[in-house]
Ligand binder design. Structure first.
Ligand SMILES: Cc1cc2nc3c(=O)[nH]c(=O)nc-3n(C[C@H](O)[C@H](O)[C@H](O)COP(=O)(O)OP(=O)(O)OC[C@H]3O[C@@H](n4cnc5c(N)ncnc54)[C@H](O)[C@@H]3O)c2cc1C
Ligand code: SF4
Length: 458
């Protein structure tokens, strides 16, 4: 009976109310009980057989480490033994702007090529045996899988940022306990793995290092088809290759069709797809940087660096081992590093940090009235009326843009025009909401929340 109750809880708390983060853990930890299955609202676990008594330990682990139930980040931060504390970016030792000095890495990277530089170093220095990272399947378009490899060439040529909800933890049981792995993932993947490592240390000791990429917004499948329609291409079957961050930083969306037509749109222009396809999971998490990682890497957005081009990453180093590795990479002239302070690191992402640290709680507050929501152990206090008003407007825009009828009407409009319009409206909106949001971020205070999810960790 217990196995049925546990499965029911996963469905009632997470899958049915639409709180699934699409991480793939349900499949990755169980023995052919769940299978991730595609849907218009992202990949969702499907039950493929009846649960049996033997499934109970796996089901308990899934429930414990499921991002869709939320994590007590404040409590878990006490397990990250770094020198400095920040409620906005998590505990850390040092902050850097960085870039790879290897032309072939930097040119093909999402930002500064830091992630792949680290992975190559970890394999070369034998700190791990394999890297686990998301990559496109060979000769497939918009079809991704976990790549488990120690082949340096494969690591070098892995896909750039993939802006589509995609499972990453669905092959966890394929990892060998006598090998050592480094995982690259989004904040929710990394938080889930860290929780497993903390709560079941022996069982997950083979996962040695956790690298998180920053994650602001992600999109449901369909965004590319929408973009194609706006360019007169009917179906994904006509496409040969897609790159989300092609060319010089910040890169372009570049699509090559089977008839060798090339479509390309600047990164800040194709952000117009976000309101139409934004995934719910990125609206209900406060974790932007991957606070439970050993090291986090994002784009180093700043007018000065953006005008230089080439590609720059921001690094949050949270562990002694990773501190040592990045310093060695600097000494070997593989990475260029420049220390920055917390104020500068926050400035690069002030808008998104506020969107996560304040916005997520306002959105969860609203969703609570309808059913189960993820639970976190910190909440912002004294959120102003004007900030709440901004959230109402964001909510109206997203629910309007994500309705099927609106999507199908807008899909025929030329993407360059949409991109230009969106970028102009975004600039205007950022300018209008900046005083409220910046003031809110500066004065942001949190209170601790004692909930049932937190109690599961004691
Ligand atoms: C959905 C999404 C949203 C993001 N939002 C932001 C943001 O708001 N602000 C910001 O500063 N940065 C964001 N990033 C991170 C940024 O795009 C870069 O990935 C990061 O700066 C690392 O760049 P790099 O040049 O060091 O990585 P590279 O050396 O180019 O390596 C990229 C790594 O990312 C992995 N990867 C790519 N897509 C995914 C994915 N969907 N899930 C798991 N792993 C993946 C690849 O497997 C590879 O290991 C986002 C990334 C994604 C995928
Ligand atoms: S978030 Fe992950 S663990 Fe939770 S239900 Fe979805 S796939 Fe399963």
């Amino acid at each position: 009976m217990e196995q049925k109750i546990l499965v029911k809880k996963i469905f009632q708390d997470v899958i049915n109310p639409g709180n699934c983060f699409h991480c793939g853990l349900c499949e990755g930890l169980s023995k052919k009980l769940f299978k991730m299955s595609d849907s218009v609202r992202g990949p969702i676990p499907k039950l493929i057989r009846k649960p049996i008594l033997k499934d109970i330990p796996d089901l308990k682990k899934i429930l414990h480490a499921c991002p869709g139930r939320g994590f007590p980040y404040n409590y878990l931060s006490t397990k990250i033994h770094s020198k400095k504390k920040s409620k906005l970016v998590g505990n850390y030792n040092d902050l850097f702007v960085a870039s790879s000095n290897k032309k072939d890495i930097r040119q093909k990277s999402s930002s500064g090529g830091v992630v792949r530089s680290l992975l190559i170093e970890l394999i070369k220095s034998k700190k791990v045996d394999f890297v686990c990272m998301l990559d496109g399947k060979k000769n497939k378009v918009l079809d991704f899988d976990l790549l488990i490899t120690n082949n340096l060439n494969k690591i070098l040529n892995v896909s750039q940022s993939i802006y589509q909800t995609t499972p990453l933890l669905h092959r966890l049981k394929n990892l060998k306990k006598n090998k050592r792995y480094v995982f690259v993932g989004l904040p929710e993947h990394i938080a889930s793995l860290k929780v497993l490592k903390l709560s079941y240390p022996k069982e997950f000791d083979h996962i040695k290092i956790l690298i998180s990429i920053y994650s602001g917004t992600n999109m449901y499948p369909g965004a590319i088809e929408f973009y194609l329609k706006g360019n007169g291409i009917k179906t994904l079957k006509d496409v040969r290759k897609i790159n989300w961050r092609y060319g010089e930083w910040p890169g372009k969306l570049r699509i090559i069709t089977k008839t060798n037509r090339i479509l390309s749109l600047k990164k800040f222009y194709y952000n117009y797809l976000i309101p139409f396809f934004i995934s719910k999971n990125c609206l209900i998490t406060p974790d932007f940087t991957g606070e439970l990682s050993d090291i986090s890497v994002g784009d180093a957005w700043s007018p000065k660096l953006e005008s230089k081009g080439y590609g720059y990453s921001v690094i949050i180093s949270r562990s002694k081992l990773l501190d040592k590795i990045i310093n060695n990479l600097q000494k070997k002239n593989i990475l260029s590093l420049k220390k920055i302070n917390l104020i500068n690191a926050i400035k690069m992402h002030a808008h998104m940090l506020e969107f996560k640290k304040v916005g997520s709680f306002l959105r969860i507050e609203k969703l609570k009235k309808k059913g189960p929501v993820p639970q976190y152990d910190l909440e912002p206090v004294n959120v102003t009326f004007s900030r709440r008003l901004i959230e109402i407007i964001i909510g109206i825009i997203i629910s309007f843009a994500s309705s099927n009828i609106i999507k199908s009407s807008f899909s025929f409009i030329n993407s360059n025009f949409m991109g230009y319009l969106f970028q102009s409206l975004r600039k205007f909106w950022k300018h209008m909401s900046k005083p409220t949001k910046r003031k809110g971020l500066k004065n942001l205070k949190f209170i601790k929340v004692n909930n049932n999810r937190l109690k599961e960790f004691f």
